[in-house]
Design a protein around this ligand. Sequence first.
Ligand SMILES: *Cc1c(COP(=O)(O)O)cnc(C)c1O
Length: 502
Amino acid sequence: MLIFERSHPGRRNAAQAPHHSVVIGGPSTGLRTGIPAVLLREDRPLLPEASEMDVVRHYTRLSQKNFSIDTHFYPLGSCTMKYNPRACNTLAMLPNFLARHPLAPEASGQGVLACLYDLQEILKDVSGMAGVSLMPMAGAQGEFAGIAMIRAYHDARNDMARTEIIVPDAAHGTNPATAVMCGYTVKEIPTDANGDVDLDALRAATGPQTAGLMLTNPSTLGVFEKRIADIQKIIHDAGGLLYYDGANLNAILGKVKPGDMGFDVIHMNLHKTFSTPHGGGGPGAGAVGVAQRLLPFLPLPVVAKEPPPQPSPASEGGSHYRYLTEADLPQSIGRLSAFSGNIGILLRAYVYARMLGAEGMHRVAEFATLNANYLMAELHKAGFTVAFPQRRASHEFIVSMKPLKDATGISAMDVAKRLLDKGYHPPTTYFPMLVPECLLIEPTETESKETLDGFVAALKEIRDEAHAAPELVKGAPHTMPVRRLDDVKAARELDLAWKPAV
Ligand SMILES: *Cc1c(COP(=O)(O)O)cnc(C)c1O
């Protein structure tokens, strides 16, 4: 039911009632807003009219229909749906952060700039890169910034013959999309039987036309590229640059640095690894880190720390922070947002990183990996088909439901929908597309053994049901407010406008 359907003409509540009963009125109601009459609408807008209790109950009920990390295990592979400590929210929402105007002078924002500068330094350390810009507002936008920098680098050297970006077939869809948006053609290379990049195919695909390679490591297959040193040599020897899709950074946090693997540029999904909850497409932050040779091209603004213009007792710790602009970085690829990125997300990431410290980051990677390997081993033991049983999982792994489908007709999608009835958000389904009927499972470091055991038990139950009562599984979910949705129709014919019934 929509809030509009709970609406009753004239119903108000004290907290909502505007001071002068106005805004909804139109010119005839004697406005006191000072807005010129020509700019005012004639008709009342169709806004729902409801009491405070109606509103509170409606939205609380709606929120409870959703799965979320706060209510359910959410093992969505590649997405790193981990618990977001409340302290991160609380500190990011301190009144002075919230009230700061994006156009306020830098002199009055030294505190927030200091936090952002420190976050840049932390991410430099984590990634092993020479510089970081916090500006991209999603992983995909970070990819765009990264490939735009690779392009700017080649262009600045007048190296115009490089037209291709190499992307392994296991990559997230945003990788090839990014390369195309930056004007490159995509050369896809296959994965070998062990889940690694096929080196012979990589060698064959690389040449003077190669602008760079986009690689996710550990890959979306959940395995760490063992021959990463060879891969980087092949690309660099050909004059290309290496792009690191850092969406899976959770697995290696504090353990190994993409800069040390030889990468030239990386994006980090702060809304995955650095704990901000995400869903429904945002909000996010896809900070980019670059090696020395790409520093001049970083997206603006970047926060710099300098000696104070005139040393004074007021200048905090003897430092002054300011945003670098086009005057400082004339070769920058430019700006990606109206102001300075998704500051709320950046502050959450900063608090999270400071709470963990270097030692805590090691623990994140260790427990994320331990949880994934425990879950993989338990499912393997229970007879499920693990895609790469000979490999240790990084922070996620793939189970194929192909044998179950062959035996019972029950698909990975059916299993995913039935998991909802059992109180679990399903893992990522049908991605990566290399493994048929796949579930990509990422438990993260924030889940307990009991939760993981419960999830294994639920999958075993569903497998039993698939044999004994396949219709039950095919008809799932049975306990949700909606059943199977037509997601193609939802994407192609999205209709979010409410109109009154006549
Ligand atoms: C999530 C993800 C992305 C894209 O990040 P967004 O913030 O969703 O734009 C890219 N690559 C991989 C492997 C991912 O998991």
